[in-house]
Design a protein around this ligand. Sequence first.
Ligand SMILES: Nc1ncnc2c1ncn2[C@@H]1O[C@H](COP(=O)(O)OP(=O)(O)O)[C@@H](O)[C@H]1O
Ligand SMILES: [Mg+2]
Length: 215
Amino acid sequence: MKGHFITFEGGEGSGKTTQLARLGHDLLGRGYSVVQTREPGGTKIGDAIRQLILHPPSVDDDIDPMAELFLYLASRAQHIREIILPALQAGKIVLCDRFTDATIIYQGKARGLSEKVVAQMARYAAQTGNQKGVLLKPDLTLLLDLEVKVGIARLKGRKEINRIDKETFQFHESVRQGYLSLAKRNPRRIHVINTNTRLQAVSEEIREVVDALLS
Ligand SMILES: Nc1ncnc2c1ncn2[C@@H]1O[C@H](COP(=O)(O)OP(=O)(O)O)[C@@H](O)[C@H]1O
Ligand SMILES: [Mg+2]
């Protein structure tokens, strides 16, 4: 594939959306072709799925963990075919707010469905529209790491508080530990970035890592 696929991962309030936008702005300013997107979502179908997952029709609707997993994977399959693959084939840089790692950690670990099985299913979904047997994997993953209580405190000022944001402290802690352990197992792809520091300092660290990939 000609382009570069960069994903942002991490817990709620760790700064993914903020840093993705800043990196996108920086890269565009330097003349790169950039596509900024997110999961769940990124397409019309994906956005409809996002609404279902994050803002279910009734607050009493308790989504079954397996149903939730398939909704995420459905959103991803559409996203890869419609947005990510065409952009990469055109040589663009794709910045994506969450991808397969999030499914492995949130659905596999935090919801308890089995990381191994979820990883297999996520891998299968990531083959959509691709050449046979070729798996779409990020070239680089930026894992934004922050203590749970600091992340939750940062969400306080935000307009959109969703179903996942309202999960228990224990759930978010399990997500954080899951991500850190995933990073240990994938040290070449996943870069851990501490975001308990100024916005600008985080952006600079991200820029260094991304520049190393692009050069
Ligand atoms: N390094 C930082 N220092 C202080 N506040 C931050 C920092 N990074 C992000 N924020 C703020 O924290 C909140 C959550 O950031 P956001 O990018 O939405 O996180 P995420 O997308 O990972 O949930 C936002 O209000 C954002 O402005
Ligand atoms: Mg966000």
